[in-house]
Design a protein around this ligand. Structure first.
Ligand code: TXA
Ligand code: MG
Length: 416
């Protein structure tokens, strides 16, 4: 196995070098595929700890797949990935569009299928600490991440580490660092383990659209552009991973996500933890698109989105959207209401405007809203609404990630 891994590394290095010499490299659009959706049941996967008593026994656990059908699905996906294709996969955060992270050609297919800007770097996904070490300079994990990894890996947390020659520049977009995550989703974890090479994977939406939390979302955006989507059911977290840069002093959350500020800030190594845009702004970061969602339009449905902050009370929300609706210059026939309180009427008609409420989850339970936010935006798009009003939630726990995504999706934010 080790030898196979090294061979792949070597081949990759050769290819990356060739790529650097090729002038003005642009990936060609993927040939049209018949996109197959294969179900996999995450409950059929178990992870057996082999290093008992070890601090990192959890991270070193090995997958055991109970059902041969799931094993076959994993093998089919691994074969495509080994051959250099891009595959839609479930993770605990959102569905990812995965490809071999050590192959510049495979990574190019991700950019082409998603229509992703070439200067937006990707996250590399590993399934063991040994795999992480193999891609790091001197095989060394920066000590600042010791406790963070112990507490939050596998899970919805991405760490920024120094990059190495093994990682194609297409992934890092020329940065000296690379973003790495160890997903906890059994299917993603078992698949990376089966491949025995790390997978680069952005969210599996077409660039600019809301992220994908169901296999059907991936199909809607990428059908005909990829050969396979593994359907592992709905994503449990619903928003992307937290991007943590521990190489900065003090450390900083570049993108809030599934792992909360509250659960990171008290860990050794995270003293003085800051949140980008809340606590500081860095000019260099603003120019390079390494602060997710800063440079490009993100998470946007077709309809215009207006976010009403501090509108947790349903009456305040209703009063406010009605006022805002009157100010709209373009005619609104169908109005989407993305709500976080249950006592909103199911279908209403307001002065001839058809109102379509979609419930994201209870505002007092931000983890519910996180699970429902992207699906809510997508559902309203399929209902062909002209305008969406969103009922914001407090920025505590997962609420920070939710509000971060909603602010980027919105063309107007109203603070009440
Ligand atoms: O939960 C997730 O993280 C999902 C699933 C599929 O794992 N992936 C995901 O990938 O959200 P993506 O490409 O949508 O977002 C990755 C973000 C990029 O927007 C980029 O700004 C940031 O990670 N990133 C990547 N490399 C970086 C680096 N070297 N320094 C700082 N930020 C980086
Ligand atoms: Mg994304």
């Amino acid at each position: 196995m080790r030898r196979l891994f090294n061979t792949l590394f070597y081949k990759q290095q050769q290819r990356t070098r060739l790529q650097l010499f090729s002038f003005n490299y642009t990936p060609t659009m993927a040939a049209p595929y018949h996109t197959k959706i294969v179900p996999v049941n995450p409950l059929h996967f178990q992870f057996e700890q082999t290093t008992h008593g070890d601090d990192f026994a959890e991270q070193n656990a090995k997958p055991v797949i109970a059902d041969p059908k799931d094993q076959t699905a994993i093998e089919e996906a691994a074969q495509l990935l080994t051959a250099g294709d891009a595959v839609g996969i479930p993770t605990e955060t959102v569905y990812g569009l995965a490809a071999n992270a050590l192959s510049a050609d495979a990574v190019a297919k991700i950019f082409a299928a998603k229509n992703r800007p070439q200067d937006n770097p990707l996250i590399v996904h590993v399934s063991s600490l040994a795999m992480l070490k193999r891609i790091l300079p001197n095989n060394t994990i920066p000590p600042v991440y010791q406790q963070v990894i112990k507490h939050h890996w596998p899970g919805p947390l991405t760490i920024i580490v120094p990059t190495s020659d093994l990682i194609p520049t297409q992934i890092t977009c020329g940065q000296p660092t690379v973003a790495v995550r160890f997903p906890s989703h059994p299917v993603a974890r078992a698949l990376i383990n089966q491949c025995d090479f790390p997978l680069a994977a952005p969210s599996a939406n077409s660039s600019g659209k809301p992220s994908t939390t169901l296999a059907s979302h991936v199909f809607d955006d990428l059908k005909g552009r990829i050969p396979l989507i593994l359907d592992g059911g709905p994503c449990n977290v619903g928003v992307e991973s937290t991007v943590l840069d521990g190489l900065r002093n003090p450390p900083a959350i570049l993108r809030p996500g599934g792992v909360t500020y509250e659960s990171l800030s008290s860990l050794p190594g995270m003293e003085g933890l800051q949140v980008y845009r809340k606590d500081f702004i860095d000019r260099a970061l603003e120019q390079a698109p390494t602060t997710p969602g800063m440079k490009y339009r993100h998470y946007s449905p077709e309809a215009k989105v207006i976010l009403l902050e501090n509108a947790a009370d349903p009456h305040t929300f209703e009063r406010q959207w009605k006022q805002e609706l009157e100010k709209q210059e373009k005619p609104v026939r169908r109005l989407g209401l993305l709500v976080t309180s249950k006592d909103t009427p199911s279908v209403v008609n307001h002065q001839g405007v058809e109102c379509i409420p979609v419930f994201m989850g209870r505002g007092e339970h931000p983890e519910e809203v996180a699970r429902g936010v992207f699906k809510g935006l997508r559902d309203l798009d399929t209902q062909n609404v002209d305008l969406i009003f969103v009922q914001g939630i407090p920025e505590t726990a997962e609420g920070m990630a939710v509000m971060n995504r909603l602010r980027k999706a919105a063309s107007k934010v109203i603070e009440l």
